[in-house]
Write a protein that binds this ligand. Structure first.
Ligand SMILES: C[S@@+](CC[C@H](N)C(=O)[O-])C[C@H]1O[C@@H](n2cnc3c(N)ncnc32)[C@H](O)[C@@H]1O
Length: 271
């Protein structure tokens, strides 16, 4: 496997979100997905010759925006809930009708790292990105997810991923202390526990990723620290409106608000 340079590993911040909102040529919402979309658009010098893959696209408008605005060849992969039931999928448009409405995108139905998806060409893409998708991948499939994405990305290509990461504050002070200790004593923690709790903190995900991909570049950004995450008011969190929609639109009466941030990973595959 080729090695990767880690170009950025940070949490989304309000200053950048506001400047993206002011400057972007796409409508940017002041929430995590809004940040991820604007950040992805900002990281790439988009030209017509680029081949792009959106992992876990769902009904996102981002692949359509990239194809229409920059003329790139855009592919998008998602199983559109074929493997899971739920109100979200039931209340949304029939995936086949949605796909038919967007002939400018090569949609592939399935899951990266879980299905073979032979129709997606290997070593083909200049950019592979995701927005609020990778955190939905069950822990047991995370390694095969990254190996699969690596197979599809060209040498010299970029991976850009925005993952939702829950704040430990939502489960009280004891959990905050546990999360801080988890990061601090990570090297001493038994492997099965590390493998089970990879989404526990921003650092634990990045550390797990380092075991899968040969990564060089920045070692660990201070911004990923649990204490910075919970104390720094510049860290973007999902607005309350998101929980409201889960109650009203998804019918999840028990849904309660908890703080979630976006972990941004920008990796360049060596040529
Ligand atoms: C919260 S939705 C985000 C959708 C979209 N990125 C957006 O911005 O609206 C997460 C999506 O990831 C998809 N997903 C999860 N694991 C996946 C995988 N391994 N391969 C492809 N899609 C996946 C789910 O089916 C779901 O549609």
């Amino acid at each position: 496997m080729k090695s990767y340079e880690l170009i950025e590993a940070t949490l989304a911040d309000t200053r950048r979100l506001l400047s993206y909102r002011v400057q972007s040529n796409m409508e940017i919402h002041l929430n995590l997905k809004g940040f991820d979309y604007a950040w992805i658009l900002d990281q790439v010098h988009w030209t017509r010759d680029l081949k792009v893959l959106d992992v876990g696209s769902g009904y996102s408008k981002l692949p359509v925006h990239i194809a229409k605005t920059y003329g790139c060849e855009v592919w998008a992969v998602d199983d559109f809930g074929m493997h899971e039931a739920g109100d979200f999928w039931e209340r949304n448009q029939d995936p086949q009708a949605f796909i038919k409405g967007h002939p400018e995108i090569h949609y592939v139905i399935g899951r990266i790292g879980q299905n073979k998806l032979e129709e997606i060409p290997q070593q083909y893409f200049d950019v592979i990105y995701s927005a609020s998708a990778l955190e939905h991948v069950p822990v047991r499939h995370v390694e095969s997810l990254w190996r699969h994405m690596d197979l599809l990305l060209k040498p010299g290509g970029n991976m850009l991923h925005g993952l939702d990461i829950a704040f430990p504050t939502s489960r009280g002070l004891r959990h905050v202390a546990l999360a801080v200790m988890y990061d601090l004593f990570y090297p001493l923690i038994p492997r099965p526990i590390k493998e089970r709790y990879i989404y526990e903190t921003p650092k634990s995900y990045l550390r797990f990723l380092r075991k899968i991909l040969p990564l060089s570049g920045i070692s660990m950004s201070g911004n990923l620290n649990v204490l910075n995450m919970i104390l720094n008011s510049d860290i973007v969190t999902e607005p309350l409106e998101h929980t409201y929609h889960r109650i009203v639109k998804d019918g999840l009466q028990e849904a309660r608000y908890f703080r979630v941030g976006s972990l941004l990973l920008n990796l360049a595959k060596r040529g």
